[in-house]
Structure formats: C-alpha cells, structure tokens
Design a binder for this molecule. Sequence first.
Ligand code: N01
Length: 547
Amino acid sequence: MGSIQRPREVDVLIIGGGFGGFSQWKRIKDLNIGLTVKIYEKAPESGGIWYWNCYPGARVDSDFPAYQLFDKELWSTFTFSERFPGGPELREYFKHVEKTWNITPDIEYNKTVTGAAWISTQHFWKVLCEDGTVTYCKWLLSCLGLGSTTNMPSFPGMEKFKGEVFHTARWPQGGVGLKGKRVAVVGTGASGVQVIQEIGDEVDHLTIYQRTPNLCMPMSQRKLYPQEEEVKKKMGKYENSFDTCRVSFAGNEDYAILRSGMDDTPEQRKELFDRLWVYGGFTFWQGSYYDLLTNLETNNEVYKYWRSRVLERIKDPKKQELLAPEKAPHPWGTKRPSLEQRYYEVVDQDHIDIIDISASPIVSFGERGLITKEEGEVPVDIIILATGFDSTLSISALNIVGIDGETIQDHWRNGPRSSMGIAIPGFPNLFYLYGTQAPSAFSNGPSLNQLQAEWVAETIKACEKEGVTSFEARKEMEDQWIELLQSEWSKTLFTKAKSWYNGSNIPGKKVEGKFWIGGIPTYMEWLKKSNENDHQGWIKQKRVLKM
Ligand code: N01
C-alpha cells in the first residue's frame, strides 16, 4: 500500500526558481519575521527560462552588468565572462546564487504546481502538485515570468513527419546533433535569430521559414576581463549601475534622448545613429530619440538608417529584400528587435534559403519536411520551431480557483485583467511577478523582478504586522489600471505591429496592449500609492476563528 502524505504547511509558497523566484525568496527571508518559505520548481534545476531554452546560441540581450541580482554578496564573488552572457554561464550563475544564499533547503525541484484553491473560511491557499501532494500556504507567489508556456502552433499533418521536431523553449538538455544535417527553422524572433546564427555554418542545408523579418541590431559582444571587472567592482561601478537600473525606464542603463528625431538635421541624426550603432546592444532602441516609438516621422528615419546598415552586409539581392525590405514591415522597434552578431553574413550563404511564409504560407507537414504553397515540400532531417511563447498565459495556465469559485482563466476570458499586473481581484494573498500588464516586456528581467519582489515582501510584512489574513486587490483599481494601460498603449506606434506585445502572435487572442508601456518608475509609483492611506488600493480582512 502506498503511504498517504500529510499536507504540508508553509507561510509563503513561491512557484518558480528563476530570477523572480530567487529574488522573492531572498526578500521574504530578509524580512526576518519568522515566515517559512518554499520554492516549487518544475525543472530538475534552477534558472527558469535559462533551463528550458538551452538551444544553441541562447544568450541574453541585456547589457552588462544589469542582467543579474544586485546583491553584493553575489556579484563580489562571481564575474561574468562576456558583455552579453550565454545560457550555460547564466545557469552557472544560478548555481552560484543558490549556494551563496543557501536556498537549497527551501527549494524542491521536479515539483510541478497544477492548481490552487482559496479556502475562504481559513484564509489559506490549498495548492495541488502533479505528484498528488497538497500544500497549504498563507501567501502564494507566482514567479513564472513570461516564458513558461510555449507557443506550439498546430500545423496539419505534424504526425506524418519522419524526422525530428524540436521547440527552442523545450530543447533537449543533452543537445541535438545538427552538424551536417538538413534543418528547417520556423520563426525569426529572438530565439530563431540566435539559433540560425549559431547553427548556420555547421548544418548541411538550412531552410528558414520567415513570416516577418527581425529588424536586428548589432550586439557588439565583447569579452570581459576579470582584472578589469575587479577594478570596476572596487570603484563602485557595479553599485552605480544597479542604482541606475532601479530608477530607469527599462531597468537598464539606457536613457532616451530628450529630443525629437525631427529636431535634428539629417547630419546630426546620422551622427547619433552611427554612435548608437557602434555602441551596440539595445541602446540604438532604448537610448535613441524619445519619440522613436510615438512619431512615425522619426521612426521612418531610424528605419532608413537601419536598412542601409543591414543592406551593406547582404550580397544576395533576393535576401536583401526579404531581410531588409524597402517598405518597413512595421514601425521600427515596435516588435522586439533582436541583437545579432553574424546573423546577416550567416544567412547570406548559399546553403541557406529563406522562404517567405507571409507570401507562401506553410500548408502542412509532410513526411519529409514542411510543405508551403509555392515551394512544395523541402526535405529535411530536423525541424526547429522557434515560435516563441504564449506570454500572457503564465499564471492563468494553472487551475487557480479564487473567491466564489472563479478561476483565473474565467477572469481572463476576454483578456488579462489585473491590478497593476501583480494581483487579481477575487484572488487574495496571491501576487505574480514579471507577468502581463506590468512593464515586463519592456524591462530588464532581473531589475523588475527584484523591484516587484521588494514591494511584495514589504506588503506581506505590513499585513503580518497588522494581523491581516486576506489582502485582495480592489476591483476599482483593476478597472483604473486597465483603462490607463490601454490609453497609454493607444498613443504609441506599438499598435501598428503584430507581436507578442499585443497578443497577436497567438491565434484567437484578443489584440490589445498586454504590458504597461509607461516604464518602471511610474509603475513602481502606482504600487507604492496603492499601499498609502491604509492600503487604499486593497481590501484587508482579518480571519475570525469560530470556537
Ligand atoms: O518568440 P517570438 P521568441 N507559423 O514570438 C513565428 C525573449 N527572448 O522565442 O513574427 C509561422 O518573438 C513568428 O512570426 P511573426 C524576448 O523578449 C529573449 O523568438 O509572428 N511562424 C516569429 O518570427 C523575445 O521577444 C532572448 O510573423 C510563426 C517567431 O515565430 C521573446 O522571448 C532570446 C508561427 C516567434 O518569435 C520571444 O522570443 C529568446 C506560425 N504559426 C527569447 N507562430 C534573448 O534575450 C509564430 N511564428 C536573446
């Protein structure tokens, strides 16, 4: 007979062992008010997105040193080796964090949360896991981020294909032998560009199925030298950088220029663009004219410049038009532009073909490869789906039942609805980090996760001090937030692109702004204000125990 496991009780249960989960764990521990904490992580090790997305070439697009946790104990004892660290090094970093902070006793791996129900009489969450265990907690904190649910398009006839199919976000941990193989890649977002650039030289033949060209910027990758980094650490440069990340628009060190692109002469614009282009990273996007993403005239100038720089690097005229078309597919920067190192040179090679699936769509999978309307079936050994994520699903993919039996799926049936992208009316004592309706898509991940985690920890502390046992977002706050979010969104050029920023990457999803576009500082101000005047944005209750 199998033994019956007793339910576990814990004060705070965190779902996910990536940047969000680790930041949140530390902030709760640092409160020193005796709360017990557990992290449940589905994977066999930490890293979150970096565990699952171990495809060749996976690398972060955030400039150094912003993409890490801002704790001196951590950064003084770990030095990254590149300006834009790769996946394996980031996984090493997570091991370093776990060891240095001694998280191991509080984290359970291979532990998949499937659902939770709010027990209104007790003010507890009852949390269910795939292994059949039950955990009761006072506070349920979802740290699933944006990439926990993959976008796996269902093409007709997928089962017919005799070769192998892999999704970049569920890449086999042991790797895939691609050398000398005929490979197809579907998708040219951040994952597609990285995998293509990495494997392009070693495969026998590569067919790229491109629906929209990625308007990439140069990464300008470089090695970091340990001695130089040690000097910077001693001079306080890391601390200065982290201080900037805490207050900047996107949680990094880029600041938009407070001039319209139309205020400058063509020569001045070129001088600026040349400088930003050479500097590399996101600065060409986030450190450019303040009206780049609101004024089509400025945007057109950026596109013209971008196109001229990219065309210099492609010889094949057909590929020139596919990769950098004369007419911009969308305003530049309104669909996430990737950082690349050799993408255009790699793709320009003769053994690499691009099929424009916006003109000739994929009809189905065949036995030997993908079948498109014009080109028919192209035989391959391996198909790589670099088709991204359903980034607004996240917490709503779990079966979470709140007050009155409503699930988050029910609550979000017409699109996500939340108070400040962190809590949902009807679901007390539950917060989610780095998710939809927060500035997540436009923020450096570790920065926003840490700031939200700090706010959550302080809020929990205040509730614990007052004896509040149920803390729920007010419906009026949710209404206000959504109205503001959509109104800010509508003032931008983001409305003119199809992308995961507005849900148009997933068939059937409501197309609207899915993220707060106003930057981290204004967002944090809203969170702060909601806690003023005796937590004006929230409904507080104290449990009455019946004798
Ligand atoms: O996903 P995406 P991603 N048939 O959604 C195409 C972060 N990230 O995994 O553009 C055919 O951007 C789709 O075509 P289209 C980063 O924030 C960061 O690449 O919709 N094609 C697109 O080309 C990033 O933005 C890093 O026309 C289909 C591609 O697949 C986010 O994650 C690395 C299709 C999906 O691109 C997502 O990036 C990786 C279909 N049915 C990811 N469905 C770094 O920091 C989709 N596509 C480096």
